[in-house]
Design a protein around this ligand. Sequence first.
Ligand SMILES: C[S@@+](CC[C@H](N)C(=O)[O-])C[C@H]1O[C@@H](n2cnc3c(N)ncnc32)[C@H](O)[C@@H]1O
Length: 221
Amino acid sequence: MFFLKERLAEIAKLIKKGDRVADIGTDHAYLPIFLRQQEISPAVLACDIRALPLKSAMKNVSESGVTGIGFRLCDGLSGVEKSEVDTVVIAGMGGECIAGILARSWAENSKKRFLLQPMNSPEELRRYLCERYTLISETAVIDGRPYTIMEVLAEKCPIEDKEKFIYCGKLNPEKREDKEFLSKQYARLKKCADSIKSVPKEADKYEEYYAAARCIENFLR
Ligand SMILES: C[S@@+](CC[C@H](N)C(=O)[O-])C[C@H]1O[C@@H](n2cnc3c(N)ncnc32)[C@H](O)[C@@H]1O
């Protein structure tokens, strides 16, 4: 039996039984192997932009003995047809990198489900999503450190409070893991603000970081 660590296990939990999945940036293919082993997905595409990780994905899949996993060497979704998948997972990359993958793809207005797990700059990913996608839910998980996972529908939805959306997403400060994630984001943005506080040419950037940190601080109160 194959087990996933907390971060990938949480993503796996969010995949609906019967959904065909594309795992973009699969690397080791742990998620595709788990989804097939548990018979959660009938078919999974393990995709990576680099040949070496894809080779390691193929080796792990072959050693696991599972079937139903296809491999694509491609940038983001460029090697995946819209009709081949129900849910797309993009995990373990930076927030801006994930936004770039979405921007270069057929994702917008596709009405497909996306599970996005940025390793950094979640605000840059939400900034991209807010004009084009619907953030259905967001949850943090602790796996050594806190990570956030966004469940997104590729369908436009108006947002009332854009600043709160960008910096706090749909996290719930009453949930321990979400609170821990938000507190870390607050500390990071506050540190960025403090580091340029007395640099006159960075005044605009300082205001931006400071406002972002204050937004999270208010949400946590
Ligand atoms: C840190 S690993 C994440 C592995 C796995 N998704 C996880 O969350 O544990 C990031 C992987 O994404 C791949 N990658 C980076 N940019 C990509 C892109 N534009 N399209 C597809 N794969 C990409 C890298 O080659 C690498 O194998």
